[in-house]
Design a protein around this ligand. Sequence first.
Ligand code: C2E
Ligand code: MG
Ligand code: MG
Length: 693
Amino acid sequence: MDHHESWYRAVFEHSMEAVLFTAPDGLIFAANPAACHLFGRTEEELCKVGRPGLIDACSPHLTNFLAERARNGQARAELIFIRGDGSRFPGEASSEQFVNDQQEIRTILIVRDLTEHKKSERLLAESEEQYRLLVAAMEEGVTLQDENSAIIAFNKSAERILGLTADQLKGKTSFDPNWYPIHEDGSPFPGETHPVVDTLRTGLPHSNVIMGIHKPDGQLTWISINVQPIFKEGKATPYRVVATMHDITENKLANERIERLAHFDQLTGLPNRTLLNDRFRYALSLAQRNDESLAVMFIDLDHFKDINDSLGHNIGDQVLMEVARRLKASLREEDTLSRQGGDEYILILPDCDADGAALVASKLIEVVAQPCQIEQHELIVTPSVGITLYPHDGETLELLSKHADSAMYRAKNEGRNGFRFYTSEMQAHPARNLQLANMLRYALERHQLQLHYQPQLSLQDGHIVGVEALLRREHPEMGMVSPAEFIPIAESTGQIIQIGEWVLRTAARQLKDWMDSGMPPMIMAVNLSAVQFRQNNFPELVNHILDEERLPHHFLELELTEATAMDNPKAAINVIDKLHERGIRMSIDDFGTGYSSLSYLKQFNVYKLKIDQSFVRDITDDPEDRAIVTAIINMASSLGLQTIAEGVETASQLNFLRLKGCNEVQGYYFSKPLTAMLFKAFVARNKDARAAF
Ligand code: C2E
Ligand code: MG
Ligand code: MG
């Protein structure tokens, strides 16, 4: 062995790789210790089994390996090897042929154990598969984007959330002008400020950025996106980013809805009480800082209930929306109009004094009172407005709106369709309601109720055809209390049933007395409350009272307001028919204010229409009221009904009504409602006064 050979030998002996000397026929001449260790055999054993005993004949690449070696003298392949104990292991075989000094072909076979390598390869494949499954199953969308923000990988959820197909997503960048996302406030997200781009530039992550994405179908999707940078070792700028996103469109819409529900009235879109409070606090702080005043108005629609009752809620709602629109259009940007439910609106006017408030109120009343066309109805709604001023009338919204409410009631009591400023004297108002309810409780038993009587005259010859009984309550401290004030209270407490019965009986008895004492026969008209009218046994009750008082039925006329009749016209027809069967006459009171439908009116078995005094009042100078009164008279006569005008105060009103063919009149022009005694005197005098007609 020359010195070369001994060097080779040392390398051979100490090599970490398994090295074997073989002949082409598979004979093994030598194997190094690494080979013995790898195959689990001694060198002798290895030489004995030869190469075929070391390589599994079923190794997939064996044929190729041998063919290649035969062709090139060298080959490399992955084969399956057999250990001494018969177990198999994967290994890489590389073989190299050479010719020795004796001109014989020899092969060096080096075998590298691939067991560990294979294991980690398999593990890698396995974990890759797991990650793939994880990412695919994620509800969140994920994109992997390169240093130019081009998408290089993504999952199914990303396709769904972004509304793009896999082909469309691949390579798309965050700069794509057809895909510009928008900020929450609706402004565009220019490409350079896109969180993905920003993370690529700065290396800083982004979390929960909310943005809107235009899907190709035009739909706007809201997503919340997180961006995480990925760095190469030792590099400061990321070479990839991972963006995860979820679709929050539904949440966002729901939140907006909740936000709207919490702050806005659903019907009119106006701020509700909550938002009004916020706005008030803000307006108040400004007023305090600048030493300004501030007006709060309470607006309530007159007779709105009648519209709802007679035309239905749908029309009522449309009226409320129209009123809201009109009010809003007449206000400044800084004013806050809110609806409090029902037909009540509250208005805050920053930097507004009494003069300004009066001006605004008149303007609002004017715009609201313009006729409005809703479906086939032309309606006129008038508002009543109460006004309070900060700091004069109060310093909190609660107090100011409460006082504005009292002022509004005053406006209503004093003729509606107007405005009133709050005065401290009105503070007694709510207390007054309570006082009235108490008063009514005792009035009946203590015989403190009275009836006054107002004559109804024929327009033909001026003779008294009837008399209307009007309820009065004289109170030691409160003075004369108007039924317009206490009847609604009696209705709400239910006391009206007892009171109504008392009125009927007293009126019937009075007429009987008068006629018994020689007064000419006439009709006694008695007002009915809706509550009485809805009583189950009402027709029987009337019947019973008349019989007890021995007054023939045809002397009684019950006045039912148009609003009550139209509240539930079918039920009204039924009750009216029952009364009619018993010979009791009916008339429709306050006609013209209740939006009668003609088709129902025809079915009401009534005798008379009482034209509401609000039309009579302006008959001489308002062409519209003239037209309405004329129309009512003509319609009544075509339906075979009588007409009576109430609230006649002047000769010219009387002349107009006569000209139009109205049948009867009632009003201060002839007489105010009188006590029974005075009425008797009036009748006596009238016999001679008829010439005035
Ligand atoms: P109503 O039935 O329409 O009665 C007519 C009202 O007009 C009465 O008011 C009467 O005093 C008033 N009046 C009569 N002539 C004139 C006039 O020329 N000019 C003016 N400005 N007013 C005139 P009153 O007595 O205050 O009654 C108000 C309302 O209270 C009545 O309106 C009626 O709806 C109700 N009411 C009165 N008595 C009773 C009752 O016994 N039962 C029920 N349920 N309601 C009643
Ligand atoms: Mg009446
Ligand atoms: Mg009336």
